[in-house]
Design a protein around this ligand. Structure first.
Ligand SMILES: [Fe+2]
Length: 230
């Protein structure tokens, strides 16, 4: 078993929470910071850009973000990798045109008490969260036999089909939200929440929720995600 602290992790779990946390001005500042930060990943084929929130570009905003998160999360620690200088990154910005597949961001360190992930929408977008949870390493779920052979590095997602259950997934919901995912890969999953992004809000969910993007929007989407642990 990857973790032996699952009971502790479960103690901190709860339903998804949506909070109006930022003013329009504050959201603009979070976007401005995105524009100033260096590019970390650019996948031309998938048209994905990623940047990490490095501290000290906007020190006032650093402080504000920590404080606002504390209001909704209570005590927490950042869990977004570290910058080269050893300081905590405050989150990962993700800009993309294409929907993400089925995955979970449950972390890579067995001793960590993973806590909440915070989604800060900066444009419109949609994310589907399932009731189904995963307590192993961060994983990409797939039914493709070739993909399942992938051997990850310590910082890369596992591949698995162990999320699958018996109940066929509803074909209408599949057509409505998840055309980019093989319906066989959704077997046994049950939707908890279709979150329609709203700028100014944050969505707070347990790190263990399996989730994916909706296939609806073929427009640029930009959001910041912050991962936390206890
Ligand atoms: Fe995710």
């Amino acid at each position: 078993m990857f973790r032996n602290n699952i009971n502790l992790i479960k103690q901190y779990e709860g339903p998804p929470v949506i909070e109006k946390l930022f003013s329009l001005e504050e959201t603009e500042r979070i976007k401005d910071l995105y524009n100033k930060l260096p590019l970390r990943v650019f996948n031309q084929k998938q048209n994905v850009k990623k940047k990490a929130w490095i501290q000290s570009y906007d020190k006032e905003l650093d402080k504000l973000y920590i404080k606002k998160l504390k209001e909704v999360l209570g005590d927490y620690k950042m869990d977004n990798l570290k910058n080269d200088d050893g300081t905590d990154l405050f989150g990962l910005y993700h800009e993309s045109f294409h929907p993400l597949g089925l995955h979970v961001d449950s972390g890579f360190i067995p001793e960590d008490v993973i806590y909440k992930q915070v989604l800060v929408p900066l444009t419109y977008g949609e994310t589907i969260f399932f009731k189904n949870k995963w307590y192993g390493r961060s994983t990409t779920f797939t039914v493709d036999p070739e993909e399942l052979n992938f051997k990850p590095n310590p910082d890369q997602n596992d591949r698995s089909k162990d999320h699958l259950g018996n109940k066929n997934f509803d074909t209408k919901l599949h057509q409505k939200y998840m055309k980019h995912i093989d319906i066989k890969n959704l077997q046994g999953l049950e939707i908890e929440l279709v979150y329609k992004w709203k700028v100014g809000e944050v969505l707070i969910t347990d790190r263990t929720h399996i989730h994916c993007s909706s296939s609806n929007l073929d427009k640029m989407k930009l959001a910041l995600t912050t991962f936390t642990k206890k």
